[in-house]
Write a protein that binds this ligand. Structure first.
Ligand SMILES: [Mn+2]
Length: 284
């Protein structure tokens, strides 16, 4: 899939793959990879409510496909609509329903093309730029809170027994989204994925897979295949996209290898209505 914007000449190539995995009977993940929207939703809930919740999130974002003039507020409004749609589904169930939401949407800010990174829950967005992999989102999970408190290392997150407990979800009371605004950079490779990927492969394996030279579609397939070969205990969804042209050019300080967490290099912006309460939600 190639999307291009005449106004900005942003050119993006993307590929995606989703798999039920080896242990679950239903794929409750949903994804949308169609310029300017690249999102993953990981649904949770009994009796097929999880996949309906994730599908509802994707359906709200489908209205933004093909739009060249999006502003951060448009995305924030879509997040609100998606939250309302999932809440409606949840209200019709006995066990409740919810979904994560993560991804990037191309928007214009001060007439410069940016990615608006959005996150609710523990699905993730990563960026590979000049061999350096960084996680652009911060999980809303008990495990992340333990890492922040120094009670768990980042390496222990993937195997921690309470790793599925998230602290924010679409459709839940704690649904406030995090947003980050980043200039689109020519040459960057962005990954949007559910925890079925990051629960099975390490950041270093992810980085290596992204650097093998495959197309976005080949790379998305190959990463999902790696997660399956590591056990495939959850639904696995992966979007890979390359910015081929039209973005800014990377700064010199962005060109070192390795992995960094995003807090120091991105800034959080407030574009959504805050909801202060929190509820812990378990998903798989
Ligand atoms: Mn999952």
């Amino acid at each position: 899939m190639i999307g291009s914007s005449p106004a900005t000449d942003i050119s993006v190539t993307s590929g995606s793959h989703t798999d039920t995995g080896l242990r679950r009977s239903v794929n409750e993940d949903a994804l949308l990879a169609d310029y300017p929207v690249f999102i993953v939703a990981d649904g949770m809930g009994g009796h097929e409510a999880g996949d309906r919740a994730a599908a509802a999130v994707v359906e709200e974002f489908r209205a933004l496909v093909g739009r060249e003039d999006l502003r951060p507020e448009d995305v924030a409004a879509t997040v609100e609509r998606a939250h309302a749609a999932v809440s409606t589904i949840a209200a019709g169930t006995t066990r409740g329903a919810g979904s994560t939401l993560t991804g990037v949407v191309a928007v214009r800010q001060h007439d410069i093309p940016h990615w608006l990174v959005v996150n609710v829950g523990d699905s993730r967005v990563y960026r590979l730029l000049s061999e350096r992999l960084e996680q652009l989102t911060i999980d809303h999970s008990v495990a992340q809170e333990m890492v922040d408190a120094g009670q768990l290392t980042r390496e222990q997150m993937a195997t921690y027994e309470g790793r599925n407990v998230i602290t924010r979800a679409m459709g839940g009371e704690g649904s406030r989204a995090d947003f980050w605004l980043l200039p689109i950079v020519t040459g960057e490779r962005i990954v949007v994925c559910s925890d079925g990927l990051t629960g099975e492969i390490t950041d270093e394996a992810l980085r290596a897979g992204l650097m093998m030279g495959g197309s976005p579609a080949q790379t998305a397939h190959s990463l999902v295949g790696q997660a399956l070969s590591h056990g495939g205990r959850d639904n696995i969804s992966t979007i890979v996209l390359d910015v081929v042209a039209g973005g800014i050019h990377p700064r010199l300080e962005d060109t070192t290898g390795g992995f960094v967490h995003s807090e120091s290099v991105t800034s959080t912006i407030e574009v959504a209505t805050a909801r202060s309460s929190r509820r812990r939600t378990t998903h798989g």
